[in-house]
Design a protein around this ligand. Structure first.
Ligand code: ZN
Length: 413
């Protein structure tokens, strides 16, 4: 799947918009001599854009329209350095809601649903994205925001919420709490729309079973509107991405070479119609692949496979590349062990080698020593590395409403 004529035309309009605006990227493209593309090969010569550039352009250096057209900004925090600010025009906000409403529709959500929104509101794009899509669809938004589990569950019961929007960690926390309190029969949820961080099948199955809901992965990132630019359909074979708004490529994260459909690499997205902050060939650092062929649901939007992790989440211990998703897969194979974990990596100066410590949770039914041995064995056979393993009781590790940091690298501390 390569960029088509229509999409190329939209890219040219974006290039025009950027060059005329005199924004940060107008300089970049002027220097690179880029003002028009007439073929897929031309397009692939446009340099990538990256979060680091957006930080250089802080606060509003990537704005591509006059101030009077900007109606809102959002910001992605990032763990290091300056935040990134993304300005939106009224059309951008509306386009985002249109895509999000499509996501709900694909998931089988209708105007009769009551959508319980737990992601945060504010500078972050999450809560408001879920809400705007819900209103566009005509469903009832219940704008809870995160936290206060007691109130969440009370409102869920009183208002008979039918759709839960949450991160996988928070959905898990709610499922555990509803289960512990024996409230399952009072809950009317039928679907869950879950933010697209990578999560294990064990976690997915637990949430689906305990809440009695069908789960959908929604994709998105602040730099490209926010959540709601793609979702998996009931066929559960990857997430449809809306190619009338976005053009998606997969590249080799090391060489930048564009990979053919089916091969795994980093997702790169071009915004085709965004006005406030158009981005061309933005490196998401999310790892996935474009699934070849059509979907049996009949929708023709291209599909991305489940996000496997982030190229910048990858960590290296004793020369072995590891992803959090591999750790989750291993934990999912051990009976009684939850999907929450913590990894500490340190360097033993005396022996001059890296040490990896895995802390996992298990419930009271299982023998902690045996579970630890099993985890060690799975790491050894699957990753060729033997960690130290500590097992703690269920609910000891912190749960968070946002993406939880699970890997702590103390090398060089
Ligand atoms: Zn489909």
């Amino acid at each position: 799947m390569r960029i088509n004529e229509k999409q190329l035309e939209l890219v040219n309009r974006q290039l025009q918009r950027i060059l005329e605006s005199g924004n940060y990227y107008s300089e970049v493209y002027r220097k690179a001599g880029i003002d028009h593309v007439s073929s897929p090969e031309d397009f692939e010569r446009i340099p990538f854009t990256d979060k680091a550039d957006l930080r250089n352009a802080y606060p509003l250096g990537i704005q591509a329209v006059p101030d009077e057209q900007i109606v809102r900004i959002h910001s992605s925090s990032g763990t290091t350095g300056k935040p990134v600010i993304i300005p939106y025009t009224a059309k951008d906000v509306d386009d985002w809601a249109t895509m999000f409403a499509r996501c709900y529709e694909i998931a089988g959500v209708t105007a009769r649903d009551r959508i319980h929104i737990t992601p945060g509101y504010g500078l972050w794009t999450a809560g408001i994205g879920f809400q705007a899509g819900c209103e566009k669809l005509g469903a009832m938004a219940i704008p809870m925001g995160p936290g206060n589990t007691d109130k969440q569950i009370q409102m869920m019961i009183d208002l008979q919420s039918t759709v839960l929007c949450a991160t996988s960690s928070y959905a898990l926390l709610l499922a555990e709490e509803i289960n512990r309190r024996g409230l399952r029969d009072k809950i009317c949820l039928r679907k869950g729309i879950i933010g697209s961080e990578r999560w294990s099948d064990a976690k997915r199955n637990y949430i689906a079973r305990e809440l009695g809901i069908e789960l959908y992965d929604i994709y998105g990132l602040t730099e490209i509107y926010g959540p709601g630019i793609g979702i998996n359909c009931p066929e559960q074979t990857g997430m449809h991405i809306f190619d009338d708004f976005l053009y998606t490529e997969i590249i080799d994260p090391k060489t930048g070479e564009v990979l053919p459909d089916g091969e795994e690499g980093e997702i790169v997205i071009t915004t085709l119609v965004k006005e406030g902050a158009p981005l061309i060939r933005f490196r998401t650092h999310d790892l996935s692949r474009i699934l070849p062929g059509g979907c049996s649901c009949g929708r023709t939007w291209p599909r991305l496979d489940t996000i496997r992790g982030r190229s910048d989440d990858m960590f290296k211990v004793r020369g072995v590349n590891m992803f959090p998703s591999q750790v989750e897969e291993i934990l999912g194979l051990v009976d009684g062990v939850s999907s929450e974990y913590k990894i500490d990596i340190a360097h033993d100066d005396l022996k001059n080698r890296d040490i990896i410590m895995v802390t996992a949770e298990a419930d009271g039914r299982v023998d902690f020593t045996k579970a630890a041995e099993q985890i060690k064995y799975l790491f050894k056979t699957r990753m060729s590395i033997t960690p130290n393993v500590a097992i703690v009781s269920l609910n000891t590790l912190p749960r968070s409403e946002k993406k939880t940091q699970r890997v702590f690298d103390h090398r060089g501390d």
